[in-house]
Design a protein around this ligand. Structure first.
Ligand SMILES: Nc1ncnc2c1ncn2[C@@H]1O[C@H](COP(=O)(O)OP(=O)(O)OP(=O)(O)O)[C@@H](O)[C@H]1O
Ligand SMILES: [Mg+2]
Length: 311
């Protein structure tokens, strides 16, 4: 069974005295169990809107959403979800321990279960030292750890995380990344939005890209990037002037470094031809590196005005 399914989900925000905003336009998504799924899009693309609909904090204007086969409007669906909001809100005068206890009660956990959860989560999220301090005054990183612990309270099988890494320093980001991987190893499903492309590239199985409320791309990251032209960098040594000259004509970029000549060829076919010619003429290949487009390059390219207009 799929962990999340949305069918033709749309959301129009209507405010009195203002033009209505179509924030989500016919979104179809399927996230399988035990996937780590990245939900990408610029500011205002509709990520939080989607996430709020999944968590039943917002009603869609049309369309439906299901979590493990149950409509997100049912209380049962909510029980499957651990949610980390974009800006976690806490009662500032409670301590982390009291906060987790409070959310444990909301999940109908017994006192013994709540204690057990606290022991586990405070260890996992490194909350022991701050267990009894008031949240007021805590840093972004500390708050995010508490938010993550709240999401994990009661061990839900599906985690929906809205920008879990934003605003964190590299150590905080690494911690969240490790937690996500750990949850995946525990067979949970993770659906999260993010702007931090390098993190997404490292941890996601599949991604969707949302542009102005519409899905423009979806799939495995390697397959999304594979369809793009790959340049190839060849580092060579021992070239004659003549070989260097002919290879430079074909290269899109060239530089000389110490005794080596470095060429960038536009694609694999051009690179292979260059290698053959070079070997026939007595040159050496030191390194042959296909240059894969990063997810960030790909993402940025999808956001250009021409692309959006072409939709
Ligand atoms: N309560 C609201 N009333 C009116 N418009 C809204 C409301 N909430 C969101 N919007 C609009 O809907 C669009 C999508 O917003 P949303 O918060 O879902 O984007 P997002 O992808 O999460 O962006 P970000 O990366 O900045 O968090 C934006 O144009 C936003 O201005
Ligand atoms: Mg958002």
């Amino acid at each position: 069974m799929s962990a999340i399914v949305t069918k033709n989900l749309s959301k129009i925000y209507r405010e009195v005295g203002k033009a209505s905003v179509k924030s989500l336009d016919g979104l179809d998504l399927t996230i399988e169990e035990n996937e780590v799924y990245g939900f990408l899009g610029r500011n205002g693309a509709g990520k939080t809107t989607t996430i709020k609909i999944l968590c039943s904090l917002l009603k869609p204007t049309s369309g439906e959403a299901f979590v493990f086969g149950e409509s997100v409007r049912t209380p049962q669906a909510r029980q499957h979800i651990g949610y980390l909001p974009e800006q976690p809100y806490f009662y500032e005068y409670l301590t982390p321990k009291e906060t987790l206890d409070f959310y444990g009660k909301l999940r109908n956990l017994s006192p013994a279960e709540r204690n057990h959860q606290w022991d586990k989560l405070s260890e996992l999220l490194d909350l022991r030292d701050i267990a009894d301090q008031r949240i007021k005054g805590f840093s972004k990183g500390m708050r995010q750890r508490i938010g993550f612990a709240v999401a994990l309270m009661g061990d839900p099988p599906l985690l929906i995380l809205d920008e879990p890494m934003s605003g964190l320093d590299p150590i905080g980001r690494r911690m969240i990344r490790d937690l996500i991987m750990r949850c995946r190893d525990e067979k949970k499903t993770l659906f999260f939005s993010s702007h931090v492309m390098s993190d997404v590239e490292q941890i996601c199985d599949r991604v969707s890209i949302l542009v102005k409320g519409k899905l423009t791309h979806r799939g495995r990251i390697d397959q999304l990037l594979e369809s793009q032209t790959k340049a190839v960098e060849i580092i060579t040594a021992g070239l004659s002037d003549e070989t260097r000259r002919t290879l430079r004509e074909r290269a899109t970029d060239y530089r000389a470094l110490d005794e080596q000549d470095i060429f960038v060829l536009p694609d694999e076919a051009a690179a292979n031809e260059a290698v053959q010619q070079l070997q026939q003429q007595g040159g050496r290949i030191v390194q042959f590196t296909p240059i894969r487009e990063s997810l960030e390059d790909f993402f940025l390219r999808q956001q250009t005005p021409t692309n959006e207009e072409a939709r």
